[in-house]
Design a protein. Structure first.
Length: 161
């Protein structure tokens, strides 16, 4: 999932079963985007406390959120908002929304040593994703009031969807 796309990706025709071109290049399976109002995350945290973060974040993300929130609460809120937004964007790109096997905690937003965000999938979601030969790219950003994410999911054309 963290490998970079080495070929130019292009969308296939609607309804096409073979999403790979003649050269076997990766094709776009789906695109998702999301914007999250950090103030809504703040309101949810005020209403539900840490339980809200535990519902959205994987164990590793939760540990990072706790550390950031203790040092600087605003950074913690923005961290949670970017993870919420990224998971929403990913769920749209794979076409499932928040339906199984997609779940908040099965989708983790990690980062490579370079700082580039990457998706780490767990359990049934990981199995579903790998069985389809998919690969994802995620981008996250945040400002004072908003967090936004963009996700592109590629299909290798080897497996029948």
């Amino acid at each position: 999932m963290s490998a970079r796309c080495r070929t130019t990706c292009a969308a296939s025709a609607p309804g096409s079963r073979d999403r790979s071109d003649a050269a076997g290049q990766r094709m776009i399976y789906g695109i998702g985007t999301d914007i999250c109002d950090v103030r809504r995350i703040q309101d949810s945290l005020a209403r539900h406390g840490e339980r809200f973060a535990q519902k959205i974040l994987s164990d590793a993300e939760y540990a990072t959120w706790l550390a950031r929130s203790q040092r600087w609460p605003e950074r913690g809120r923005r961290y949670l908002a970017t993870r919420f937004s990224a998971k929403e964007a990913f769920s749209k790109a794979i076409g499932l929304g928040m339906r199984l096997p997609m779940s908040w905690r099965a989708c983790e937003i990690g980062k490579l040593p370079s700082g580039k965000p990457t998706l780490v999938l767990h359990g049934a979601l990981k199995d579903w994703f790998e069985a389809r030969g998919l690969r994802a790219h995620i981008s996250v950003t945040d400002e004072t009031d908003y967090a936004a994410s963009f996700c592109v999911v590629e299909f290798d054309g080897k497996n029948d969807l």
